[in-house]
Design a protein around this ligand. Structure first.
Ligand code: IPM
Ligand code: MG
Length: 350
């Protein structure tokens, strides 16, 4: 029996609802498979925990997490804690501390789901987001705080190593896909230092992947391309902030933010990787039982694939697609199914 240690961090808002649904589905999969088992430990680190203890991750917390095979993460962010505190208190210390530099965000229109685009059937993308530096480096500060002379700096940090490794990751992925097409997204006309470095290193790395077809598009033009010519795109690689924005667009164009998954990978496996739905804590619908669990199921499928249970991951995606095709949809997709109804339907399909 293959046993995997999973750290579950449901976090805030609908994070607790979708992670519970995800674990339910994972258990049914493991029972069905009989070849593997997940040993799940829950970590209560969320915004209530922060308000009570003064921190999200307690001393020694990352060292404990490091012993797991993967982290299954819900969402962080609550109305009573400033967002930059929750983000830098929980999610970023894990992403950066565990060098999860490759953020992988697939977008595809699942069966039974309608894209807001008429040409939406052409969407089958993977957004590769640099996840360890760039605009999220945390470098900067505030001077003369509260005074009229106040100054704030927010410095993007791009390192040769950081840029080269994300490009290489994107090329490796593009090469494995049928289209073998990779779009480099930057803003190197206006941002003339870091983004020019991105472009240069991209073409250096490209030499090792002659079979991958490439194109370079500026990030503003990329938004129009995604809307007007979705079928022309396959894999795209962009900086931390640019890809953050593009991946929300990709999610909306493929039907709903409620279906979009993400993997925060440490490809070298020196640290555990983290898997999360990209939708966030969504306090407006928290506690109503209507959160879409599909993003978390898709995320769970990516987690299974990463830990080595490819077949179970594929089975899960097939079950998800069976259910979306039957139009068992939560309200974000125009349906009236609850989280529970979608979850049981996926369990049945497995
Ligand atoms: C995402 C989210 C986060 C990010 C937020 C919650 C800070 O938007 O995962 O895309 O920007 O990284
Ligand atoms: Mg985002």
């Amino acid at each position: 029996m293959r046993v995997y240690k999973i750290a579950a961090i449901p976090g805030d808002g609908i994070g607790t609802e979708v992670i519970a649904a995800g674990l339910e589905v994972l258990n049914v999969l493991a029972d069905r498979d009989r070849g593997f088992r997940l040993e799940v430990e829950h970590f209560p680190w969320n915004s209530d925990y922060y308000l009570e203890h003064g921190h999200y991750i307690p001393a020694g917390g990352l060292a404990r997490l490091k012993t797991f095979d993967a982290i299954f993460f819900g969402a962080v962010g609550a109305p009573n804690v400033p967002d930059h505190l929750s983000l830098w208190g929980l999610r970023l210390p894990i992403c950066q501390g565990f060098d999860q530099y490759a953020n992988v965000r697939p977008a595809r229109v699942l069966p039974g789901i309608t894209s807001p685009l008429t040409g939406g059937a052409g969407i089958d993308w993977v957004v590769i987001r640099e996840n360890s530096e760039g605009e999220y480096s945390g470098s900067g500060g505030r001077v003369h705080q509260g005074l009229p002379e106040e100054v704030a700096t927010e410095t993007s940090v791009f390192t040769r190593n950081g840029v080269a490794r994300i490009h290489r990751f994107a090329f490796e992925l593009a090469q494995k896909r049928p289209r073998k097409h990779l779009t480099l997204v930057t803003k190197s006309n206006a941002q003339r230092h870091g983004m020019v470095l991105w472009d240069e290193i991209f073409y250096e790395v490209a030499r090792d992947y002659p079979e991958v077809e490439t194109q370079r598009i500026l990030v503003d033009a990329m938004t129009t391309l995604m809307v007007l010519k979705p079928a022309s795109l396959d894999v795209m690689v962009a900086s931390n902030l640019h890809a953050d924005i593009l991946s929300d667009l990709a999610a909306a164009l493929s039907g709903s933010l409620g279906i979009a998954p993400t993997a925060n990978l440490n490809p070298e496996r020196r640290f555990p990787s983290m898997f999360e739905p990209i939708h966030g804590s969504a306090f407006d619908i928290a506690g109503k039982g209507i959160a879409n669990p599909i993003a978390t199921f898709w995320t769970a499928a990516m987690m299974l694939e990463h830990i080595g249970e490819k077949e179970a991951g594929a089975r899960l995606m097939k079950a998800v697609e069976t259910v979306t095709a039957k139009k068992i949809h939560t309200p974000d997709l125009g349906g009236d199914a609850t989280t529970e109804i979608v979850t049981s339907a996926v369990c049945d399909a497995i």
